[in-house]
Design a binder for this molecule. Structure first.
Ligand SMILES: *Cc1c(COP(=O)(O)O)cnc(C)c1O
Length: 394
């Protein structure tokens, strides 16, 4: 088996061969067929690549080939965003009357699928504390069809025991779907631990340059074919150019992730010793309550950390304002460092009660880019000093 860096450069070579060294962009909505037989066959080929772009496109197939090999799955499918990936997968796998288990600490869009979309369609849901594997077992009912997991979780960086949840689910004939956006297949391969289907917001690390919205789903061929069937109806098709950009981004994923890991760890270590900081959530720190589990299932801990400030909402906001390199932005996973204050970002979206339950007011999420480690650490420490001085002089 070739290494990850070789996979990202070569895994799509035979997908749609061409003599062009860089893959051509198939900027076309449709493909022609040679005869009636070929036309009929193209219409029903699951995850085909040259019938109609909503059904598949060579640029999609190339990304899918690379992601499937990176994640160690049989197949993959590209969608127009991460949310398109999760919504299409869930709609393909559950029906009215079914029950789905998800996590309390999870990406906001996933939480909304669990709390709003599914219940409206007659699918009941239970959200559990993912740090407690027993909680998943207790939430199982005879109607449970699917368990959605996300680890490390956004923005609290809590860890889910993927092997334990996968074993539990398998024993009950329940499918598992894991959001691997934060870890990337470089740091964690959920399928190796028994998870059935893996999905990503490819907008983040997979693309890595903050210039494309995209999603991917990876898993066994039979399940991927069901998800593909539903994708024809949801129609969240990634444009060929964006798919080409995504492939270009993925080529350097194995070069970028180690730097994100180094920067994430260095920021976590430096900030956890700062007097303005109550706690740092980062699975790579020995002080993280689930550090041992993180080491067991991860090869690196990623570029995202969250930092809680002693001075609450105002000090967190002052820290963001004082940062020189990380800009205030909702995204992550690109070469540029970004930061958000979840309590102010979500203020308009959640009720006050939901907000206090979701995140402490003094929490900042930092997404370390690929800048030089020393520059990011010095900047973060200066900004923490500035936030503390402002609080003491105010
Ligand atoms: C951004 C994100 C998503 C949603 O993906 P989009 O590409 O924005 O639709 C899902 N999960 C996680 C962990 C994310 O960070």
């Amino acid at each position: 088996m070739p290494g990850k860096s070789t996979i990202t450069v070569h895994a799509d070579r035979e997908t749609h061969p061409s003599r062009a060294v860089a893959p051509p962009i198939y900027q076309t909505a449709a493909f022609s067929a040679e005869d009636a037989h070929a036309f009929a066959a193209g219409a029903v080929e699951p995850r085909g690549k040259d019938f109609y772009t909503r059904f598949g496109n060579p640029n999609h197939a190339q990304v899918a080939a690379v992601v499937a090999e990176l994640e160690g799955t049989e197949a993959a499918l590209v969608t127009a965003s991460g949310m398109a990936a999760i919504t299409t997968a869930v709609l393909a796998l559950v029906s009215a009357g079914d029950h789905v288990i998800g996590q309390k600490s999870t990406y906001g869009g996933t939480a909304s699928v669990l709390l709003n979309l599914l219940p409206r369609l007659g699918v009941s849901t239970t959200l559990v504390d993912q740090r407690d594997t027993e909680a998943f077992a207790k939430a199982l009912t005879p109607k449970t069809r699917l368990i959605l997991v996300e680890t490390p979780s956004n923005p609290l960086l809590q860890i889910t025991d993927l092997r334990a949840v996968a074993e539990l689910a398998r024993a009950h004939g329940v499918l598992t779907l894991a959001d691997n956006t934060f870890a990337t297949p470089l740091n964690q391969r959920p399928a190796d631990l028994g998870i059935d289907v893996v999905w990503h917001s490819a907008t983040k690390y997979l693309n890595g340059h903050s210039d494309v919205s995209a999603g991917v789903v990876a898993g066994p061929t039979d399940i991927l074919n069901r998800i593909w069937d539903t994708s024809l109806l949801t129609g969240a098709t990634l444009g060929p150019i964006d798919s080409w950009l995504l492939l270009r981004g993925i080529r350097t994923l194995p070069l970028r992730v180690p730097r994100h890991n180094d920067n994430g760890l260095a920021l976590a270590e430096a900030l956890s010793n700062h007097p303005a900081v109550t706690r740092v959530n980062y699975p790579g720190l020995p002080t993280h309550p689930q550090h041992k589990l993180a080491i067991e299932q991860m090869n690196g801990f990623g570029g995202v950390l969250s930092v809680e400030f002693t001075g609450g909402y105002d000090m967190a906001d002052a820290f963001l304002q004082a940062l020189r390199y990380p800009r205030r932005s909702a995204s992550l996973g690109g070469v540029e460092s970004l930061a958000v204050h979840p309590a102010s970002m979500w203020a308009g979206m959640l009720s006050e009660e939901q907000l206090t339950e979701a995140v402490p007011p003094g929490l900042v999420r930092l997404a370390a880019g690929t800048e030089d480690t020393d520059d990011l650490v010095a900047d973060a420490l200066d900004a923490a000093d500035a936030a503390r001085n402002r609080a003491t002089t105010a």
